[in-house]
Design a protein around this ligand. Structure first.
Ligand SMILES: Cc1cc2nc3c(=O)[nH]c(=O)nc-3n(C[C@H](O)[C@H](O)[C@H](O)COP(=O)(O)OP(=O)(O)OC[C@H]3O[C@@H](n4cnc5c(N)ncnc54)[C@H](O)[C@@H]3O)c2cc1C
Length: 433
């Protein structure tokens, strides 16, 4: 296994459970990939909101299997607030007609949402996560075009785009409608919850159960003499195996596995686009809110902040009792526009933006950690599912002639923890089959 992010760890767990001997080679000095954070003075400061919903079935099942149900589940309830001009409004969405209560959504546009369940029923199983082969026939329109055509501009700008962009850092004008529809099919309007403990607990438990070699940057995977593979690390180390799973971001997988790939596979992996990410985890000296609150913003091209989650601490949680914690995620466009800007300036802008909407936020911040990732979130723009379907067909052909190589990562499924876990489990199943 190359890469100990969520996808690599999920694949390794599944293979180990089936009795395979697995080594996970990880470039960094700790596992976790894009989820890896830090624990400081009792605060778990992590780059990614610890949100989980009923549709995250693979993630919940894995948490259970790792014996972490009591520590991490059931999730704590979250209220969702939508940004108005200079304030926030909590809106509980129980039925689609409640979308009309989101600031700025016109009643007429919200009324047209009666079409949404009909469309979902028509598209059916094509919207299952990972069903790229079936989804490719609906991969012909952006979320923006789809939403304007069927519902209206305000439903797009005030509901669909903030929901879609909070999760993926994508741009609704380019994002395939399939991505939003998959999300909606999995979760509906149901509010997500917040995990009771940090992502770190999940990563550590998963990593304990397999052999993880950290500080091992794999440069190339080559064919071995016995029909297996040999991974060559930057420090000269060499690791042999019968099968290999590439669980790194796509462009890195293209370089590492280059000698083993067909031209279409190489082209696909090279072409996967990512939005860079910039996020701030802030330790707060007071809870600020009685229950966790998720803030969704309008997905404007120049907006700095995409979303934020603020959580109060309680005994035994990942936040000290009587304190709070916040995770602020920049939009993909903002992170991309400022690759060289110092962390402090960007952090100030994000905190300032939330403070404008939530008075008293900035003065509650005790200390922060900043996280940046070049490969922050894979983009599922129009055409991505068609490319994915072709890639899967080539892989299946290669497996048919005995190649024991698989790929895992959120770019193959959905830009989320659930997508990463499912992709890892599918890679393991492909090899076991
Ligand atoms: C800012 C941000 C916010 C997010 N918000 C959410 C959210 O709210 N909800 C949600 O569900 N998801 C969210 N996500 C997405 C989620 O974090 C990712 O989908 C998931 O963590 C991806 O896991 P992965 O295993 O596919 O990739 P990664 O985590 O990137 O794992 C790849 C691993 O490969 C390793 N690697 C790379 N090159 C090599 C090499 N040469 N040799 C060895 N190892 C190598 C890397 O170090 C890394 O550990 C967010 C992501 C970001 C960045």
């Amino acid at each position: 296994m190359i890469g100990a992010g969520l996808a690599g760890l999920a694949a390794a767990s599944r293979l180990a459970r089936n009795g395979s001997r697995v080594s996970v080679l990880e470039r960094e000095d700790r596992p976790g990939g894009r989820l890896a954070g830090e624990r400081v003075d009792g605060y778990a400061l992590e780059p990614v909101h610890a949100l989980i919903g009923a549709g995250d079935r693979a993630l919940q099942a894995w948490i259970d299997e790792l014996g972490l149900r009591d520590e991490l589940l059931p999730p704590k309830p979250v209220t969702t607030a939508f940004a108005d001009r200079n304030s926030l409004r909590d809106v509980e969405l129980r039925a689609l007609r409640d979308v009309a209560r989101i600031p700025g959504v016109r009643r007429l546009h919200a009324a047209r949402l009666v079409r949404l369940p009909r469309l979902l029923a028509r598209y059916g199983p094509a919207l299952e996560l990972g069903a790229a082969e079936e989804a490719d026939r609906y991969d012909d329109r952006s979320l923006a075009d789809f939403a304007r055509l069927y519902f209206g501009r305000t439903v797009l700008e005030r509901w669909m785009a903030p929901v879609a962009c909070a999760g993926s850092l994508g741009d609704p004008a380019e994002m395939s409608r399939v991505q939003f529809l998959q999300h909606f099919r999995a979760h509906g309007l149901a509010r997500p919850g917040v995990l009771r403990g940090p992502w770190e607990d999940l990563i550590e438990r998963a990593a304990e159960r397999v052999d993880v070699v950290t500080g091992c940057r794999v440069e190339q995977v080559e064919p071995g003499s016995d029909g297996g593979f040999r991974a060559i690390a930057a420090d000269g180390g060499s690791y042999a195996g019968d099968a290999v799973v590439l669980a790194t971001p796509a462009p890195l997988a293209a370089v590492i596995a280059d000698p083993l790939l067909t031209t279409p596979e190489r082209k696909f992996l090279d072409a996967v686009r990512y939005a860079p990410s910039f996020s701030v985890a802030a330790a707060l000296c007071r809870p600020l809110t009685a229950r966790a609150r998720r803030v969704l913003l309008r997905a404007e091209a120049t907006a700095p902040l995409a979303s934020a989650v603020v959580e109060p601490g309680f005994r035994g949680s990942r936040v000290p009792a009587g304190c709070g914690i916040a995770t602020l995620e920049a939009t993909g466009a903002f992170a991309a526009a400022h690759p060289e800007t110092p962390d402090e300036s960007l952090e100030k802008e994000l905190i300032g933006e939330l403070d404008r909407l939530w008075s008293g936020f900035a003065s509650s911040v005790e200390f922060t950690r900043v996280f940046r990732h070049r490969y922050g979130s894979p983009r599922f723009d129009v055409g991505a599912y068609r490319a994915l379907a072709r890639f899967r067909r080539v892989q299946s052909d290669r497996r048919g002639v005995g190649r024991r190589l698989a790929f895992a990562g959120d770019y193959l499924m959905h830009p989320s923890a659930e997508g990463a876990v499912r992709s890892g489990e599918r890679a393991a199943e492909e090899l076991l089959a």
